[in-house]
Design a protein around this ligand. Sequence first.
Ligand SMILES: [Zn+2]
Length: 215
Amino acid sequence: MTAIIVLLGAPGSGKGTVAQHLVDNYEVLHFSTGNLLRDEVKKESDIGLKVKDVLSSGGLVSDDIVSELVEQKMKDSLEEVDAVILDGYPRTRTQAIKLDDMKSGALRSSIHVIELDVNEEEVVERISKRQVCSVCGKTYGYLDTVCSCGGKLIKRKDDEESVVRKRLEKYEEETLPISEYYSDRLIRVSGEGTRREVAQRVDEALRSLGIEKRR
Ligand SMILES: [Zn+2]
């Protein structure tokens, strides 16, 4: 049966890079809740119309709506891939329970969680060195000056140290109940070191679940 992998990682843990590694090397689908919701809004689907105002005011979409969307998306694609990567879902314990209950609990045994572990100081250092393109939003390190699109690189206010520490604290608070809920299905992977090192650890974790690279 197709595995369902919940990807957890604090801001700055390199979760985006890991997700990209999975998409590039494995036969997987990557469902990022943020992107899924924005797609629905664009399509003006029933769900899209329901969440449009919530999203534009920066609010959180209800557990029921997000769970319904994830279930719908998985229904069409579950048997076609080796794994579905869930990113940004579940975000609460309630959503985690809903995920376990989908298809009358038939999915439960195929759900695994990979959590990227990074030391707070390393995250603060990574993020406070980060720059983004003022035109296209692409992320760069502190040594770069211009984006490949020609746009000027700037530091985001969100990336200042005090803001980063607050975001990490909030992430911990929100995520702890989820990692606890999944304690029997949780694989911790260190997110420290180079991209290559992290990718190798993630590969090992997937291999332990019986999922091999396809390219
Ligand atoms: Zn750019």
